[in-house]
Design a protein around this ligand. Structure first.
Ligand code: PLP
Length: 376
């Protein structure tokens, strides 16, 4: 018998959209031709790639030729960071934040190993990277500023438009890792004024192992993956047509329903938080101006790890931090950076609700959480 779960870890990954799944099937079963070939059997896959690029471009208001398919958020981040540095003969510096995902932080470590300086912006207590902070670090020797759109652990949305403006005023490029934001909040790259933006399909109900990097026309970026001539010679490798098609369908579906989903998820959040508040449990909520559904909570003198396992036994799936960090039981770099007091920091969990959750799920999570906290 299959166990039933309440899945509340949507910041780690999301359920595949059923329309996306259906659209993908044809390209795995019958239309399996290599889109780079000149014969008729490649016509459908080629057409599908073109259409997917058009749909995605429309969702973020850019040109189709500014979308480059990648294997996901990690590759997009690596490419934006390393590609900007590789293309810069002057070997100018990089600025990022100390609360980025490890796809950015470890790319920066590699860049530092190449002898290129990287400076780290520290957030305030709400997890926000302020304009003043960036102004104090940026110089005319800065090549790239990379600040994430919304934090994966605490959900805080950053002032991307103003940060991009500061970068440009100082002659630097601006990249944002929008993996947690795209498909969940409205993103218009023209209005934001960013040069590069990373996205990953499995965070917006698309398939895993596929994503894209938006690169504004004219941006000086070196390729990261060398090989064939795919993606206009900028990202080699035979395209995963089925996954790309699924990504486009999922993104369009989410973007078409963005307000409706936000309002619905907000209701779930309120149901969960009000149940917790009614109990005698002492907790703090981390972050501010969060991405819908991202609830980071810290409980006094508890272990987040123990809460996770006790909830898991009760069929509730949450996280202690980012999925990629779940093997690391220490207090996360994000929780440390925002200065959560030590007696609360170790008792941090992340509940991330999505459009597939129900109000009942939200209430049950809160009730079970209160029960678990009483026996821990
Ligand atoms: N950036 C952020 C903010 C993320 O949350 C994640 C995934 O957790 C990634 C990058 C990596 O994306 P992917 O899993 O597609 O490699």
């Amino acid at each position: 018998m299959t166990k039933t779960y309440i899945y509340a870890d949507n910041a780690a990954t999301t359920k595949l959209d059923s329309k996306a799944f259906e659209a993908m099937m044809a390209f795995m079963k019958s239309e399996y031709g290599n889109a780079s070939q000149p014969y008729s059997f490649a016509r459908e896959p080629k057409k599908a790639l073109k259409e997917a690029r058009r749909i995605i471009a429309e969702c973020i208001n850019c040109l189709p030729e500014e979308i480059f398919f990648t294997s996901g958020g990690t590759e997009s981040d690596n490419w934006a960071l390393k590609g900007s540095v590789f293309a810069d003969e002057q070997k100018r510096a990089v600025i990022t934040s100390s609360i980025e995902h490890h796809a950015v932080l470890n790319s920066c470590k590699f860049i530092e190993m190449m002898g290129i300086p990287v400076a780290y912006l520290n957030p305030d207590k709400t997890g926000t990277i302020t304009e003043e902070n960036l102004k104090s670090l940026i110089t005319n020797h800065t090549r790239l500023v990379s600040v994430m759109f919304a934090n994966n652990e605490i959900g805080t949305i950053q002032p991307i438009k103003s940060l991009a403006e500061i970068a440009h005023n100082n002659g630097a490029l601006f990249h944002t890792d929008a993996v947690q934001a795209i498909g969940h909040i409205d993103i218009d790259v023209q209005k934001l004024g960013v040069d590069m933006l990373s996205a990953s399909a499995h965070k917006f109900n698309g398939p895993k192992g596929i994503g894209f990097l938006y690169v504004k026309k004219g941006t000086d970026l070196s390729p990261l993956i060398h090989g064939g001539a795919q993606e206009s010679g900028n990202r080699a490798g035979t395209e995963n047509v089925a996954a790309i098609v699924g990504m486009a369908v999922a993104l369009k579906n989410n973007c078409d329903n963005i307000i409706k989903n936000q309002e619905y998820i907000k209701q779930l959040e309120e149901a969960l938080l009000s149940k917790l508040e009614e109990s005698s449990v002492e907790f703090v909520r981390n972050g501010i101006n969060q991405i819908p559904g991202n609830i980071s909570l810290s409980f006094k003198k508890c272990s987040g790890e123990a809460i996770l396992h006790r909830l898991d036994l009760r069929g509730i799936e949450i996280s202690t931090g980012s999925a990629c960090d779940s093997v690391n039981t220490q207090v996360s770099h994000v929780i440390k950076a925002i200065g959560v007091p030590k007696e609360y920091a170790e008792g941090t969990i992340r509940i991330s609700l999505g459009k597939d959750n129900t109000v009942d799920d939200a209430k049950i999570i809160a009730e079970e959480l209160v029960r678990v906290l009483k026996v821990i």
